[in-house]
Write a protein that binds this ligand. Structure first.
Ligand SMILES: Nc1ncnc2c1ncn2[C@@H]1O[C@H](COP(=O)(O)OP(=O)(O)O)[C@@H](O)[C@H]1O
Ligand SMILES: [Mg+2]
Length: 511
């Protein structure tokens, strides 16, 4: 016996030991007819037969009845014979009749030209198959889901920005069918201006660098029409962190944006009509005032004419001064009225409420008439508040008109400003952030409101006034304005004693 032979025998027994210790694979040998001639513990574990039960039996019994009928076992051996090896997957049957999904490899064993048998390795892949089927199913469902979404354009880009897939929503929103757009660069969804400015590439770079890019902007449909889009681009990386593409979700916000603009327009229109109503209320009082001023002017002119006729020109000075004074008061009044009724854009900014109230005082005095005494209590060191000054003027004027209406027999009205601080409790109660606020209180000692009127006073069109006198829009506008500018408004009232309306505006942030 040569040394080489000895080595080989040692290898063979080591190999035999190895095979005998494998339990995850069925490893066994068939003779040329397909009868089992060796069996390992893995084969016993997977197929359920002990070695002495199965050795000598034909391997076709591991196949299902259907496969046996179709002659599959013979074909497997034939293929292994012809090609040296056969590999496949399929259902096999255990000793107890249950089935398992097998992955098999059959090798023909040759000695010289002669085939002396087959080495067979079988692995039970049932669990693996179920897991991969489940994964496939999940993926299929996900794909269906994405496909079925019509409100969002959901599609993928490769790292260079070429479209790799396309869903129904994308087709609906952007107008391209999948076969028209897959493979095209996504920059074509942008407007020419944006493309020129390099916006698409910047978006892609941001998504790659930070993982995500979000924006709103105009995008273009296939037919060239534009829509207002909300866009999110997410970088998609594999488990090694390698960029495999970008997921893009686009939503058409055109309708929402139009609704917002429409709301803004109607809000502005309502504000304007409300303002005109206040102006209408003013003119009654103003006509009277103008008459007085005109009387002063014409009176002075008459007196001057009389003096001139008498040749007394040396004492004209004081009549001129009186006429000029009345004329300039009238001019100021018209100015304020015109400034107030002019259509202005709503623009919040830092506003000095004290100055605003002082500037309005004259106008308010004339609006409420001589029977109502007006007092202003303006806090020293008042913080600027952050709101639209025109709206604030409108609010104060409306509160003054309400005060006037509550005091038909006359009375006293106070306009007061103060710095306040809203703590956590107050903030929760009023649904505003904690912090610094400016309070503007308009108080009257008029009729007051019963609780059920207080409860409804902010409702649009709620009024207790006769037709032509009230619209019920004053307080609802004030409420809307306060909420819109992050503030709050509240009524404190007692029947027969009077009312305070307290308007809180957020303090302008110091710069
Ligand atoms: N200062 C006030 N005193 C008494 N009642 C008031 C006062 N302010 C408002 N109200 C009540 O609230 C209602 C709604 O006010 P508002 O919205 O300004 O509409 P309008 O003044 O056109 O009636 C008024 O009709 C009135 O009943
Ligand atoms: Mg009113």
């Amino acid at each position: 016996m040569t040394r080489r032979d000895g080595t080989r025998r040692l290898d063979a027994s080591a190999y035999e030991q190895l095979v005998q210790s494998v339990v995850d694979y069925a490893i066994y040998i068939l003779d040329p007819e397909g009868n089992v001639s060796s069996w390992n513990p893995g084969a016993q574990r997977i197929k359920g037969y002990a070695a002495d039960e199965i050795i000598g039996q034909n391997f076709s019994r591991f196949y299902t009845a259907e496969d046996r009928e179709a002659g599959l076992p013979q074909q497997v051996l034939k293929r292994a014979l012809e090609e040296g090896r056969f590999a496949g997957e399929g259902w096999r049957v255990r000793r107890d009749g249950t089935r398992f999904w097998a992955m098999i490899v059959v090798d023909a064993i040759r000695e010289g030209d002669r085939v002396v048998g087959f080495a067979k390795v079988t692995r039970d892949m049932t669990e693996h198959r179920e897991a991969s089927l489940a994964a496939l199913e999940t993926e299929r469902r996900f794909r269906l889901l994405v496909q079925g979404v019509t409100d969002y354009a959901i599609f993928m880009l490769d790292p260079d920005g070429l479209v790799t897939n396309w869903n129904t929503g994308a087709q609906r929103i952007k107008g391209y069918a999948a076969d028209e757009i897959v493979g095209q660069h996504f920059s074509r969804f942008y407007t020419p201006e944006d493309r020129e400015a390099g916006t698409p590439l910047k978006a892609l770079e941001t998504a790659k660098r930070t993982g995500r890019f979000t924006a709103e902007g105009w995008r273009q449909r296939k037919d060239g029409s534009r829509f207002w889009a909300s866009v999110v681009i997410d970088a998609v990386r594999d488990e090694n962190g390698e960029l495999i593409g970008l997921a893009k979700v686009t939503r058409d916000l055109t309708e929402r944006r139009e609704a917002e603009l429409e709301l803004e327009r109607s809000r502005a229109a309502l504000f304007q009509s409300q303002k005109m109503e206040a102006v209408g209320q003013l003119t009654g009082g103003l006509a009277h005032d103008f008459n007085n001023l005109l009387t002063g002017i014409t009176g002075s002119l008459d007196l001057m004419a009389a003096r001139l006729a008498q040749g007394r020109i040396n004492e004209l000075e004081r009549y001129i001064t009186a006429a000029q004074g009345a004329a300039s008061r009238a001019a100021t009044l018209t100015h304020r009225l015109l400034a107030f009724s002019r259509q202005q854009t709503l623009e919040p900014k830092a506003v000095d409420a004290n100055r605003l109230v002082s500037n309005m005082e004259e106008l308010i005095r004339r609006t409420v008439g001589p029977n109502i005494a007006i007092e202003t209590v303006l806090a020293a060191g008042l913080w600027p508040c952050f709101c639209d000054p025109n709206q604030l003027e409108n609010a104060i004027l409306n509160l003054s008109i309400n005060a006037r209406d509550a005091m038909p027999e006359g009375g006293r009205m106070t306009i007061e400003t103060a710095n306040t601080w809203i703590d956590q409790v107050g903030a929760i109660e009023r649904d505003v952030p904690t912090g610094q606020y400016i309070a503007i209180c308009v108080t009257d000692n008029g009729a007051g409101m019963p609780p059920e009127v207080v409860a409804r006073a902010f409702d649009p069109f709620y009024t207790t006034k006769p037709v032509g006198k009230g619209t019920g829009l004053g307080l609802s506008m004030i409420y809307g304005f306060a909420r819109q500018s992050g503030g709050h408004v509240r009524i404190y009232s007692e029947v027969g004693r009077g009312t305070t309306v307290k308007d809180l505006s957020a303090a302008a942030r110091r710069r």
